[in-house]
Write a protein that binds this ligand. Sequence first.
Ligand code: ADP
Ligand code: MG
Length: 230
Amino acid sequence: MTSEVVVATIAETRGVTREFRSGGGSVRALRGVDLRIRPGEFVALRGRSGSGKTTLLNILIGLDNPTEGQVLILERDLAKMSESERARLRRESIGMMFQNAHLFPSLTAQENVEIPLRLGRMQSAQRTRQAREALEQVGLGKRAHHRGLELSGGEQQRVALARALVHQPRFIVADEPTGNLDSLTGRDITKLLSDICHTNKIGMLIATHDATLVAMADRVAIIQDGRIAE
Ligand SMILES: Nc1ncnc2c1ncn2[C@@H]1O[C@H](COP(=O)(O)OP(=O)(O)O)[C@@H](O)[C@H]1O
Ligand SMILES: [Mg+2]
């Protein structure tokens, strides 16, 4: 399993460009991005709206392909993998978070966190145990049986983090995860992300324009007009 391989680099892009064509015109969203994320590194990807953050994250998790350049996850070139191998890599080694938690409101926190594990062949007792551990990691062990709609915005985002962590990923990408939270709650989530990143030696890339998150990052990659300046 990929999760057991020791690597020096969790994720890397080399000269990545992405051009979107539509009708007669085209948009060059990325213009040569070189980025490297190591185990246990908490990296903020900062840039204004439209600068290419989401495009870059989608390419890094293999949901979109670069027009040119290379993407390596756990030192494997995504272009050399089949679609099913990439899906497996995402399922086993990558966790994702977004601006909204996207929980099923009528399911409990525990059931929401178990969802990614249902894609595999894991036995139900093991699923329950791993989901409970992930909820405890984000400080929500006591809320395991509350339904999504009974949780505050901050708690919902913690559940989303537990769901991203439940299969013990090596790489987490988050797209503006504090964007809908008040500043204190955003700070709590950021602290939690940073602690988990360091403790579990996960590589994290967080797209944001939240100044608090940027201040707490190990490194800030600034994206401007599709290029990165560090
Ligand atoms: N599927 C798409 N088709 C056409 N243009 C796109 C598409 N996705 C993104 N873009 C364009 O690429 C640029 C970067 O977008 P995006 O990566 O979403 O930026 P950010 O996440 O930093 O706000 C923008 O100009 C956007 O309009
Ligand atoms: Mg975006």
